[in-house]
Each structure stands twice: as structure tokens, then as C-alpha cells.
Design a protein around this ligand. Structure first.
Ligand code: HEC
Length: 293
């Protein structure tokens, strides 16, 4: 098919194919690298967030709780002094005042606090954790129409959880009064009762990644258009025009005008071709002279 086209068109077609192939590879490769970058960056943020929160919980468990257990009367209701989930749920609210798009939450299909009720996405992950299919979960997800990177860690009920999460009759009356009896009870030791979810926003990073790919594509296209233009100019001046000139001179000679001259300034293959024609013209002139005599 290409053979039917002029040299100039053929080269343009080949260059166009190279352009399409290279931009496709560059965009796919660049997209992959940016995605991995985004994932790594988001993972670092969730790791840091998780470390800060777990460290606070550790402080609660190691320092505050043992002291509170001694100082607070046994029948007092003071879960803030010992329940890590409660402390971190509240701490996350303060964090959100500074970083509204960073979400840290404990989600459960059976919560005391209805704000911690798991949504469909979280339920799916908690179900997989219950079935033992996944330990920790991480990946990209959407929440309220925005893109997030999320990590989830299962929360398994231990014997120390039962005092508050077994049945309302056993729990502190003030807890029952505050949260009701509807849900948050019936924990069994060893059950996955919920999971800790951390969401970090990637909406902006994603938009920036798309922008970078777009700018690169525009830059690359402009560069390629310039290359295409330069190559085309080169072909026209170095190949097409000289060949057209040789053709027209050769035609004149073939019509008997032996004074027609080849005028090629370059010193390349085209010049060799013109020189060969020139020699042919001289030989032809000599042959005709001999014939005339
Ligand atoms: C002293 C009582 C107490 C103990 C012990 C306790 N919790 Fe809770 N837990 C609560 C309260 C109160 C909340 C509600 C916090 C809030 O308002 O967000 C809660 C919330 C939760 C939540 C979030 C969903 C919900 O129910 O609101 C999970 C999950 C949870 N607890 C799991 C556990 C696990 C696992 C343990 C054992 C390691 C445990 N809890 C021990 C009192 C307790």
C-alpha cells in the first residue's frame, strides 16, 4: 500500500505511525509510573496517620488507663479514660478540623455509635476479613464522589471487650442510656467486630497526574509536529525538488535539446545520478555526431 505513495507521503505516514505508537507507550508508561507514585505517597500518609493514632492509643493504654483504674471509682462511667476506639474517634474529629478530607474511623456493621455504622464498601471488606480472606486491606476507593486511598485493619473482639459489648444488661447503665440497646452488643471473643479505616484524599494528586500527562502529550505533539515539518522540508529540498529537476532536464534532452544542463549543487546520491545522466548525454551527443558523419 505504502509503495503507491510518493516518497514524501510515505515518510509522513511512517512518522505518523511512530508518533502514535510512541505517544501511546509514553502515556501508558507515564500513567503507570504516576499511579505507582500516587500509591506510594498515599501509603506513606496512611502509615504516618496510623502510627500517630496508634501511638496515642498506646499512651492511653500504658499510662492513662492503669492510673485511671486506680483513681476512678469502679462504678463510675468514664470510658474516655480507657477505650482506645472512643479516644481515637474523638481525636479524628480534631484532626478533621485541620484536614477535613482525612478520614480516620472505626466502622462496624453493629456499632454503639451510629456514626460508626459501616457503609457498603466497608461492609464488603469487613465481611472478607471475617471470612479470613484478607488481613489488612489497602487500595483506591470513592467516598462521597471523591477519590481516596484507603487502608483497613480488622478489629477482633477480645475478652476485655465483652464487659461493654456483650449485652446491655452487663454494660454500664450510662453507656446504655447514651447509645441505646439497638446495636453494639453481642460481641463474641475472636469475632471481627469492625475495622479501622484510614482514608487519605487523592483527588488533587489525581488531577495533577492527569494534568502532567496532558502537558507532556501536548509538548510531545508539538515537538513531533516540528520534527515532521523539518523532515518534510528536508525531503522536499534535498530529494523531491532535485529529482523533479533531473526529470525535467532528462525530458528536455530526450526531446533533442542536448544543451539542457543538470544543475545539482549537493554532493550526494542525487548528484551521482545527475552526473550519470550527464555522462549519458555526452555519450549520446558523441554517438549522434558519429551517426551524422
Ligand atoms: C469501657 C467500655 C468499652 C470497652 C471495654 C470496649 N469498648 Fe468498644 N466502644 C465503647 C464505646 C462507649 C464505644 C462508642 C464510641 C463512640 O462514641 O464513638 C465503642 C465503640 C467501639 C467500636 C466502634 C463502633 C461502635 O460500636 O461505635 C468498635 C469497633 C469497638 N468499640 C470495638 C471494641 C473492641 C474490639 C474492644 C475490645 C478490645 C472494645 N470495643 C472494648 C465501649 C467499650
Amino acid at each position: 500500500m505504502l509503495k503507491k505513495l510518493s516518497i514524501r507521503k510515505r515518510i509522513v505516514v511512517v512518522l505518523a505511525v511512530i508518533y502514535v505508537a510512541s505517544i501511546a507507550v509514553a502515556v501508558a508508561g507515564g500513567g503507570y509510573v504516576l499511579l505507582k507514585d500516587m500509591e506510594r505517597e498515599a501509603q506513606e500518609k496512611t502509615d504516618l496517620f496510623a502510627a500517630v493514632m496508634s501511638s496515642s492509643a498506646k499512651y492511653l493504654h500504658n499510662v492513662i488507663r492503669p492510673k485511671a483504674e486506680k483513681l476512678v471509682p469502679a462504678d463510675a462511667y468514664f470510658p474516655e479514660s480507657g477505650v482506645g476506639v472512643l479516644m481515637l474517634t474523638e481525636t479524628a474529629r480534631y484532626v478533621q478540623e485541620i484536614y477535613p478530607e482525612y478520614i480516620f474511623r472505626y466502622a462496624s456493621p453493629n456499632p454503639l455509635n451510629q456514626e460508626s455504622l459501616s457503609n457498603q464498601f466497608e461492609d464488603g471488606i469487613i465481611d472478607q476479613m471475617e471470612a479470613g480472606e484478607v488481613g489488612e486491606w489497602k487500595g483506591f476507593t470513592e467516598r462521597d464522589g471523591k477519590s481516596y486511598y484507603a487502608v483497613a485493619k480488622p478489629l477482633v473482639a477480645g475478652s476485655d471487650c465483652i464487659s461493654c459489648h456483650d449485652v446491655p444488661e452487663v454494660a454500664h447503665p450510662e453507656q446504655v442510656e447514651q447509645y441505646g440497646t439497638r446495636s453494639g452488643y453481642g460481641y463474641m471473643e475472636g469475632d471481627v467486630v469492625g475495622a479501622r479505616f484510614i482514608y487519605v484524599p487523592i483527588e488533587m494528586v489525581k488531577i495533577q497526574a492527569y494534568q502532567r500527562i496532558l502537558y507532556f502529550s501536548i509538548g510531545f505533539s508539538i515537538f513531533f509536529l516540528l520534527v515532521l515539518f523539518a523532515v518534510d522540508r528536508f525531503i522536499v529540498t534535498s530529494i523531491v525538488r532535485p529529482i523533479e529537476h533531473i526529470v525535467s532536464v532528462a525530458e528536455k534532452i530526450s526531446r533533442g535539446n542536448l544543451d539542457a544542463e543538470f544543475d545539482i549543487k549537493s554532493r550526494d546520491e542525487i548528484r551521482s545520478l545527475a552526473d550519470a545522466f550527464e555522462r549519458m548525454k555526452v555519450s549520446m551527443a558523441k554517438a549522434m555526431d558519429i551517426l551524422r558523419q
